[in-house]
Design a protein around this ligand. Structure first.
Ligand SMILES: CC(C)(COP(=O)(O)OP(=O)(O)OC[C@H]1O[C@@H](n2cnc3c(N)ncnc32)[C@H](O)[C@@H]1OP(=O)(O)O)[C@@H](O)C(=O)NCCC(=O)NCCS
Length: 234
């Protein structure tokens, strides 16, 4: 199914922070994280030693959350587990673009920016697609659909390991579901991602069976299981 190098997808946060998102990164030694307000995700090597954990602790601060995203490394024993969530990483391997984004398909779709952040945060709070912060939109292009002026659906680009772009923050307000909004936005993002030579991928919680079904329906296939984990730094 996957005919292209997928190594960068094993550490999508670190590969993004070292590459496309270096301007949004804070780093100490081999530890890295995003600027406050952009994302909580932190990166550390797959097999870190005490020095690296100490660097990450210093970078993030005592008592702060170390959001390791899908990194499988085990922190020191006094780092208290805060959350652990089973998920999967999926790659788009479709041939037909979802939502039939032909010419004019972007009509009614708006590109979202800093001015739209309060509405994006409000939609995220209601639809709960996953973590989204006031500056998350700076990670890539975020698209939205409005109904009589109100933002009812959005989706955007998040992690950018070399050769890949992650689709994220896919959500539709409860009252606007089942009208093809998510499919349309995902289709437009896939078209943009392919046009610049990248391939689309995404992450989804295992328990979100509806979203998994939707993504499979749209041409995504599961590459691997992941566990999203966060720890409190002592
Ligand atoms: C998942 C979600 C974004 C779907 O939005 P939507 O705008 O209703 O999706 P669409 O209308 O484009 O649906 C596309 C297709 O998927 C199917 N689908 C949508 N939701 C589904 C579900 N929960 N279970 C099974 N199939 C589903 C639709 O039937 C449709 O199929 P069709 O094209 O054959 O008719 C929306 O339910 C949502 O916001 N959920 C909460 C946030 C979330 O979980 N986001 C994903 C985070 S990874």
């Amino acid at each position: 199914m996957v005919n292209r190098d997928t190594v960068a997808l094993d550490d999508p946060v670190g590969a993004s922070l070292r590459g496309h998102h270096t301007h949004l990164a804070r780093r100490l030694g081999r530890a890295a994280t995003y600027l406050p307000g952009v994302a909580t995700f932190a990166a550390i090597s797959a097999d870190p030693g005490p020095r690296e954990w100490a660097d990450l602790a210093q970078l993030l601060g005592r008592g702060e959350l170390a959001d390791l995203f899908s990194c499988p490394a085990t922190p020191p024993s006094d780092w208290e587990p805060v959350f652990a969530l089973d998920g999967r990483q999926m790659l788009w391997s479709g041939t037909d673009l979802p939502g039939h984004p032909e010419a004019g398909a972007e009509s009614g779709v708006v590109e979202l920016g800093a001015d739209d952040v309060p509405e994006m945060l409000d939609l995220v709070a209601r639809a709960q697609p996953g973590p989204f912060r006031p500056r998350t939109h700076e990670l890539g292009t975020y698209l939205g659909i409005r109904d009589r002026g109100t933002l009812v659906a959005m989706a955007g680009e998040r992690l950018r390991p070399p050769g890949w772009t992650e689709i994220s923050a896919v959500c539709t307000a409860a009252e606007a579901r089942g009208q093809g909004h998510a499919s349309r936005l995902i289709g437009l993002l896939i078209a943009r991602i392919l046009a610049r030579g990248d391939r689309p991928f995404l992450h989804v919680a295992e328990a979100n069976t509806g979203a998994v079904a939707l993504y499979e329906h749209l041409g995504f296939e599961t590459r691997t299981s992941v566990a999203f984990r966060g720890f409190r730094i002592p």
